[in-house]
Design a protein around this ligand. Structure first.
Ligand code: ATP
Ligand code: MG
Length: 329
């Protein structure tokens, strides 16, 4: 079985964007690949986090993976926490020494996030290398992701190729990003030129998987659209409406064409009301599962098993790489 790997930072409550680019893809692929699904808690600290909040978000993220339908009873599903495996940071250091500052400074996400902080951390600059280590440690062939992380997976590809060439062996599998056809970039509800993000400072701009019914409806009804009052899918000229159609498609399984046909006679109000209904139904079901899962022992059992399994694989890979670069005796 080929390996598939992805992770979602516990930097806040997961959004419907994270569902679309990350979790939904894992659920769709979980029968076909050996799946490595982890909580990148070390990535979250590239910006300041409250420790208690971070710890709460880690468990909540795992609860949400499971509540959405990630099936840990499958023997090919491995769920783990990044910081419970020391090889991620160790391999990251080796890869940092094979990466260039210019390469890091060109990353879109670094450019955007560094603007938000007067004094950003070195971790924010080197974070894509840690992400490359996350992927390369396990020889993952596929990395489900949204558009925002595509460039980072490309860096992981480049580092794998660079390392294999320099040390003249197939140390790493060269990974590929997997993007959903619809919903690879769910947009911010208030500023639809931007992507929706869980670490947003404006809660109206994102729908979180644990939002209550009232908030879901309010956020969808107040989403920015345009003054044309014509339902059509045109991401460049009508990003707000196109976003609503994409979200609808992701959560209903209907195609964009079907949705445009269904709503083309009415105004944006009809589309928004129907979309809010779909989201309330789907998210309420996820939230019901979530409450049960959070009270069970299933999360810790899955994380313990995942930690042990992935540490063994990572150790073997790291030792091989460490020897290749000449570390130790
Ligand atoms: P943060 O604001 O803290 O960076 P985030 O919402 O961007 O959080 P990440 O943890 O960085 O979430 O990304 C987790 C996964 O979700 C990645 O695969 C990423 O590509 C995907 N993702 C994030 N935002 C979106 C979005 N708006 N649409 C589709 N996929 C997304
Ligand atoms: Mg992000």
């Amino acid at each position: 079985m080929d390996r598939l790997l992805t992770g979602l930072q516990p930097s806040g409550c997961l959004t419907i964007g994270n569902y679309s680019g990350g979790i939904k893809q894992v659920i769709n692929y979980q029968a076909n690949y050996e799946t490595f699904l982890f909580v990148p808690d070390m990535h979250a600290t590239t910006v300041t986090q409250d420790p208690d909040e971070l710890r709460k978000n880690i468990k909540s993220a795992v609860g949400l993976y499971l509540a959405c339908g990630v099936d840990v009873t499958r023997p090919n599903m491995h769920l783990y926490i990044q910081s419970e495996n020391l090889y991620h940071a160790n391999l990251s250091w080796i890869l940092e020494c094979h990466s260039y500052y210019g390469e890091m400074a060109r990353m879109h996400q670094f450019k955007e996030k560094s603007k938000l902080h007067e004094n950003f951390t070195c971790g924010l600059v080197t974070y894509p290398v840690l992400m490359a280590a996350d992927i390369l440690l396990y020889d993952a062939k596929y990395v489900p992701t949204g558009i925002d992380q595509k460039q980072h997976v490309e860096l992981a590809r480049n580092l794998a190729i660079r390392f294999n060439n320099r040390y003249k062996d197939e140390f790493f599998v060269v990974p590929e990003p997997l993007l959903p056809t619809i919903g690879a970039k769910i947009r911010d509800l208030q500023e639809p030129t931007k992507k929706m993000s869980k670490s947003t400072t404006n809660p109206k701009s994102a729908i979180f998987l644990l939002d209550n019914e009232k908030d879901i409806r309010k956020k969808i009804m107040s989403a920015q659209t345009d003054s044309e009052a014509r339902v059509a899918f045109d991401e460049e000229n009508k990003p707000g409406v196109s976003n609503l159609l994409s979200i609808y498609s992701v959560f209903s399984g209907m195609s964009i064409e079907e949705l445009v046909e269904k709503f083309s006679g009415g105004g944006y109000g009809d589309l928004k009301k129907a979309l809010a209904e779909v989201l309330v139904e789907k998210l309420t079901a996820i939230q019901d599962n979530y409450s049960k899962i959070m009270q069970s022992g299933i999360i810790d059992d899955a994380l313990d098993a995942g930690r042990d399994y992935t540490n063994a694989i990572a150790k073997e890979k790291y030792e091989k790489v460490r020897r290749a670069v000449g570390y130790g005796r």
